[in-house]
Design a protein around this ligand. Sequence first.
Ligand code: BGC
Length: 796
Amino acid sequence: MDIKEILRQMSDSEKIDLLTGHSSWYTNGFDKYKIPCIRMSDGPYGLRIKNDNCPTLESTCFPPACTLANSFNDSLSFELGVALGEECQENKVNILLGPGVNIKRSPLGGRNFEYFSEDPYLTQKLACQYINGIQSQGVGACLKHFCVNNQENYRLTSESGVDERALYEIYLKPFNDIIKFSQPDMLMASYNRFNGMKVTESSDLLIQKARNEFNFSGVIVSDWGANHDRKKSLLAGLDLEMPGDNNYSKQTLKEALEMKTLDTGTIDRSCSRILSLVEKLSSKEIKNYRYSRSEHSQLAKKISAEGAVLLKNNGAVLPLKKGENICFIGDMGQNMHYEGEGSSKVFSPKVIQPLSALKTYGIFPFEKGYILSQNTPNRKLETQAIKLAERADKIVFFAGFQPKKESEGYDKSDIKLPANQLHLIEALTELNKPFAVVLFNGSPVELPFAEKVSSILTMYLPGQEGGLSCAQLLFGELNPSGHLAETWPLKLEDNPSYHYFEGRPDLVEYRESIYVGYRYYIKAKVPVRYPFGYGLSYTQFAYADFETVKSKIGIDVSFSIKNVGPKAGAAVPQLYIGFSDTGVFKPKRELKKYTKVFLDKGEERKVSFRLNDSDFAYYNITKKKFVSETGTYTILIGQSVEDIVLKKRIRYESADSAKSPYDTNRFQSYYNLTGNIFPEDEYTRLMEKKYSDKRTKKLPITMNSIFSDYRLTLSGKIIYKIFRKAYVNNVRHTGSVEKKEYVIDNEEEYLKQFPNLTMNMICSVSTGLPHKKGEAITAIANGKFFSGLRRLIFEK
Ligand code: BGC
């Protein structure tokens, strides 16, 4: 494809067509220039294409990132990427919309299950391999959601108030490193705002940071409906607007060209990037490709097994043995929660439930005990379950979050199990029998019963094969090897972002700055239920022969691990660098390396890591780059961030030291973490700006107002009601079979998103309502009834 020549021949209006997609999932193609369209699909852990009016297409429902991340297994992530690439090839999908690499700031984040970790390094390592895997198959990966989009409530309107250091060290870090090491073909700009601007309109983020600093060379696409002003977004570096067919945007660009407020150079640059991508990916399509169903099922099972984490085990129940008098209780055992809701939902043709997989090991009595979709205890079911448990020698209880609790579009309001599950667990613990709890959850769960039970195994969200690996792990046919990619707090209130998470529709303050997850808990000495990096096995490992050798190229660290327990298994040694409090405030320790080592019974292996300067660095806001401090550091090897098995102090000389930008007296709460309250004055200093205490004016209503603000005016109230109804009815009449079923079953949950939607979003994603009509309705909501009505009738 001679891109320069094509651009010379294309008319302005054709170029404008190229800058916005065609329908929901395609770019625009042009037969005249032999430019094909390319197809995108959600993702990211199985293709969401069955939903796209293609009822015959199948795809594997792999475990999502929350589970994959627990595996701490880079090569498994690569294998998954390859498999997804193959499924894309078969289904003629050129770009998979993933991975999502946003940091888990709070366990409440509705989409946490789609993200990897609270730690940027673990996120980056796994996501790089995932992308390398997909792109090795001639399919593009789309890194999302760039950036600081760490919650679902108010995601369309809120400003993420992150200070520059936390931005670089925590939130941008995975994006930066992934672009550097894996160069994904696409980058998705998120819905939220940053630094007073919509991310899609921020040239600082899209051009200065993504392109100039991180060297991103692919196409930048808007999250679906995240574009607002197309001229502004194009000038800010947003190449492609999705979904497509947005006539309002096209008209905006045409007018801007005519008025000469937009030059053809800007248009050509973005068109040229899109055309290069179309050329690259369309040339890699493989005709009549068919992936192996059985291999992909096997892989889904392997990931779910490696992603499961044994949280507690006193040996009284697990591993189970054939022939024992075991009873199984819990509706989750026959209706497991295996994936999250929202754009990543895969409609899998096959899901293996734990109860059916357990049949391989014997015939076991089962009682439902509670109804998964309900919260209140059911007396009859509970009595039956307790009676059953009284007759058994061992009890295994299936518990977890109700699937609708974990979804795109809204956050959780707590991290508790439903009351009926807790009630029955409590009653069963009173029997004082060997008792194991198996959990299905996409994020941390409060476990008030943890001390009273013998074992806890979390399957996280195990995907379609989850039941199989669950049964094999319970019976010891597989040995648990997952480690937590996020901290499990004792209670939600302990989380560092607890007082600030969610914020208000126009602002969310990230007051805890760099103290995300374990970076906070360890330094603030806040006890947790299970620390980051933690996970048990049916075997044990011994660590020895610790050496650190300095050389010109870095510090070589080595040690040996031996399997000293009764079974083959896998260890996950983690290297942390411990910082002493010198000039700059820092976390106590940070993850810098990890690996996964599979060892037979009695086997021993040597593990080596190399550290370099960047591992000692922090982001210096004065120098505007990562630098390190000369001083004493500790090299720590742990089985979790808390369980340190080897350590050594070393002296490190920095080649590029810098003065601390922080005065200890003015940032006391960041130097001496005493809890999760960070005073406003210190936060203001950190931000180098003051946010207003009040929400920006709610009136007049604009295209970017959230729908709940419509209720402030009389006409707005009526509009709110009509749109709320239409929001559900639209799916009922035009949605795919699965979406209809989902909405009918979960209307209340689905509607949770509605108050936070904007008219702009509705007009951009639904082809039904043109932008101008949306503006007319907004005018009516502001009391301009007659002029609004006239525009509504006559505007196109
Ligand atoms: C989500 C994206 C997704 C897109 C397309 C958006 O709502 O945030 O992750 O890829 O929809 O479905």
